[in-house]
Design a protein around this ligand. Structure first.
Ligand code: TBV
Length: 297
């Protein structure tokens, strides 16, 4: 019945990236010459281009997860640790879900993130057409919205890395170092001082866990709400004894320019959200798209 099926050019979803990758990723699926017993050509679901309804269906599933399990903070950390391996000089790393493979998954910086990945697995199983890379980043932006934070613009179409694309250990920042180290790491990603400062405000969510990082406690009094309280707390002369301040948090006060930004964000939540949106979208797309739709920064 299906003996004479013409070769089918299968454009992978990820071919949305650049014309050159589109070409490279075009696969010709040729049915067997002879009468084949194979019924037809099966296309893995992953090859279906992402659609608007896929994104909105996954958003609904994520919000449902967050209603029962308030795991928004660890999703924001997962997305950051996946994207934050990017190296602008050679285009390696980035938001490509390489974090789900060993050895990257096993790097000390990623302790505990298996919890986040496991929580997302049922959603991936329900919507196999979404790439892991899109799912991890979408879980983060939906988590921020769910916690009362700004709506970070989101584009689907990230390509999943293969097992060979994991990055070496040491690309993410150490929590016990100061501004020089933070700059080294963020400049390598192509991010600037404003972006370092505003993204650190993500510590408005969640906490450190003794058994994951060795640190313990939240940065703010209400760690399930995304607001500017991180900046309010780190600027207090008298630290709240119940709250955490890492040396990397205090690093932002080392330099007059980044300290002034902390003050601006502490006094003006809208200014924080406006800058946060731009920086977070950029972070969420590191290494993913050939064009940026982010105008400033
Ligand atoms: C958790 C580290 C988002 N960040 C977090 C922990 C530590 C740091 C605790 C992990 C645990 O024990 O569960 C130790 N803070 C740092 C490091 C620096 C720092 C390494 C280094 C300079 N963080 C972040 C960005 C973003 C986050 C850019 C997101 C955009 N991180 C994040 C969240 C949580 C952590 C939401 O890095 C809470 C997770 C810019 C949870 O509750 O499970 C701050 C910056 O400053 C470096």
């Amino acid at each position: 019945m299906n003996a004479f099926v013409a070769p089918i050019a299968v454009l992978h979803a990820e071919s949305l990236c650049t014309p050159s990758t589109a070409l490279r990723r075009t696969t010709f699926v040729t049915p067997a010459r002879t009468q084949s017993r194979l019924p037809t050509v099966f296309l893995p679901a992953r090859r279906t281009p992402p659609t608007a309804s896929l994104e909105s269906d996954v958003r609904t599933a994520l919000n449902k997860l967050y209603d029962t399990t308030p795991c928004m903070p660890i999703m924001v950390r997962l997305a950051w640790h996946d994207a934050g391996t990017y190296k602008v000089a050679d285009g390696t790393g980035g938001a490509n879900a390489s974090i789900r493979y060993l050895p990257e998954k096993g790097h000390a910086a990623n302790n505990g993130l298996n919890i986040a990945m496991d929580l997302l697995e049922p959603i991936k199983a329900q919507f196999p057409a979404i790439s892991y890379a899109d799912l991890y980043q979408l879980a983060s932006v939906v988590g921020i919205e769910h916690s009362g934070g700004p709506k970070v613009p989101f584009r689907m179409g990230r390509t999943d890395a293969g097992e060979a694309d994991t990055t070496e250990d040491g690309r993410l920042p150490d929590a016990d170092k100061r501004m020089g180290h933070l700059r080294e790491v963020f400049y390598r990603m192509g991010l600037n001082d404003t972006e370092i400062t505003v993204l650190s405000g993500a510590h408005t969510l969640g906490r450190a866990h003794q058994d994951r990082s060795g640190f313990d406690g939240p940065w703010t009094k209400v760690p399930v709400v995304f607001d500017n309280s991180y900046f309010v707390e780190i600027l207090k002369d008298e630290p709240d004894p119940d709250l955490l301040r890492l040396s990397s948090d205090l690093a932002l006060l080392d330099i007059p320019e980044t300290k002034a930004l902390c003050e601006k964000y502490a006094n003006d939540q809208k200014a924080f959200f406006d800058d946060y949106i731009l920086a977070h979208q950029k972070l969420s797309e590191l290494g993913c798209f050939s064009t940026s739709n982010i105008s400033s920064s």
